[in-house]
Ligand binder design. Structure first.
Ligand SMILES: *Cc1c(COP(=O)(O)O)cnc(C)c1O
Length: 427
């Protein structure tokens, strides 16, 4: 019998993978808490919470228990014309937690569709009021997903070449950096002067796929407030930042100018099932509320508001609000800060940054000297029982909130071992 990795090769096409250069996929047999276990029984700390989803740990008994009960009561049902308790309860709880003014929730399937929905809502919001606005504004290097609308607003375009010219028109601005706000505001002013910009899409405070690039809060607030004054809708993509990662439940809470729409996914369902949500203000909703059928929002996915996914999300919120998880978040924030003080002066650390439980450091290395540097760093950590996904020369951590102090130390020791290894290799 071949192992999983060998069987996988026959018929599976993996996401974001060039199979010719990366033929191997490691078989994972099970997961529990912060650990992933491969087929051979080796354990790895999931240092990125499986792409920022499993923030309460894997196979959490409370979440599984809640979803198992739901499964026996209502599994799946059409969400046009019908409704159910898990969706209604989730909407009640989320609107209580989201930044003030978020009134209505629209369900979809993942982060990309949450953004896709927000972009379509924004375009139709203006259209329904007799204004045709057909351009979007977004940050350079933002990432918002892989469907056409979401891909269009994503600035990370290295992989978008084949689709160039087929996407929405998007104008781009750099992220706010301290001391550079005036230039940014002037640029945003020029790019929106023709009145064609319908909405601004942004990852608040930290851009995940751009190697955890952080923003200047005051600059971001000034930008948002200027755009709002021009009637441009603000779409906060909190797919990565949502549910405690930046130290508050949502990153938008830390910025006085709140968004009109918010996109949620990833940790929304605690790493159990896929689901996306786009929330919006009463003002946005009201532009669709009409005697005219055509003014409604005719977008829908078959599994909209799946009861099991809603139940997983509710269980996740119970945990997020628990003392244990709140302590875990504080513990990780403090531990990252202490580690950062220790490591900052190291000759191989070019820069480091932290936003809540997110910690990233850029290595001072000439990656061209190493062949595939990223793959080597990945393998280095795997050998030490740590699963993380370096981006270029950036190593970042986003550990589950239940990670203990000893497990955090193992992650930091792994990074220090890498620095030592690289120092020895240096000519
Ligand atoms: C991951 C991500 C998306 C896309 O979500 P998918 O569920 O992978 O489609 C969108 N925006 C941000 C900020 C993300 O991190």
């Amino acid at each position: 019998m071949q192992n999983l990795s060998e069987r996988d090769r026959h018929h599976i096409w993996h996401p974001l993978t060039q199979h010719k250069t990366h033929p191997e996929a490691l078989g994972i047999a099970r997961a529990s808490g912060v650990y992933l276990y491969d087929e051979g029984g080796n354990a790895y700390i999931d240092a990125i919470s499986s792409w920022y989803t499993a923030v309460y740990g894997h196979c959490h008994p409370y979440i599984i228990g809640q979803v198992a009960r739901q499964m026996q009561q209502l599994d799946q049902v059409v969400f046009s014309g019908l409704t159910h308790e898990p969706a209604v309860r989730l909407a009640e709880r989320l609107t209580g937690l989201l930044p003030a003014g978020q009134q209505k929730l629209f369900f979809s399937d993942n982060g990309s569709t949450a953004v896709e929905v927000a972009v379509k809502m924004a375009l139709q919001f203006h259209f329904n009021q007799g204004n045709r606005k057909d351009v979007l504004l977004a940050f350079e290097e933002g990432f918002h997903g892989d469907t056409f609308g979401a891909m269009s607003v994503s600035g990370l375009s290295v992989y978008n070449g084949p689709f160039e010219g087929l996407t929405l028109e998007v104008r781009r601005i750099p992220v706010p950096q301290a001391g550079q706000t005036d230039g940014l505001l002037a640029l945003a002013d020029r790019l929106t002067a023709d009145g064609r910009v319908a909405a601004f899409v942004y990852e608040p405070l930290v851009q995940g796929a751009a190697a955890m690039k952080t923003h200047d809060k005051a600059g971001l607030d000034a930008l948002l407030s200027q755009l709002r004054a021009k009637g441009i809708l603000l779409i906060a993509d909190e797919v990565m930042t949502g549910f405690g990662k930046t130290g508050t439940v949502f990153a938008s809470e830390q910025i006085p100018t709140g968004p009109d729409l918010i996109c949620l996914s990833k940790a929304l369902t605690a790493g159990l099932l896929p689901m996306g949500i786009t929330s919006c203000s009463r003002q946005v909703y009201e532009a669709f509320y009409s005697e005219e059928v055509g003014k409604g929002f005719f977008h829908g996915h078959t599994y909209t508001a799946n009861p099991l996914a809603c139940r997983a999300a509710l269980a996740g919120l119970d945990l997020l609000e628990s003392a244990e998880i709140q302590e875990g978040i504080s513990r990780i924030i403090a531990a990252h800060a202490a580690f950062d003080r220790r490591i900052k002066g190291h000759g191989l650390v070019r820069a480091s940054r932290q936003c809540g439980v997110i910690y990233a450091l850029d290595l001072q290395v000439d990656t061209s000297r190493y062949g595939n540097f990223r793959d080597k760093v990945f393998a280095f950590f795997m050998e030490r029982g740590i699963y993380l996904r370096p981006l270029g020369a950036t190593v970042y951590l986003l550990p589950p909130y239940i990670t203990t102090a000893a497990e955090l130390d193992r992650l930091y020791e792994g990074i220090e071992a890498l620095l030592e290894h690289l120092s020895r290799e240096k000519p």
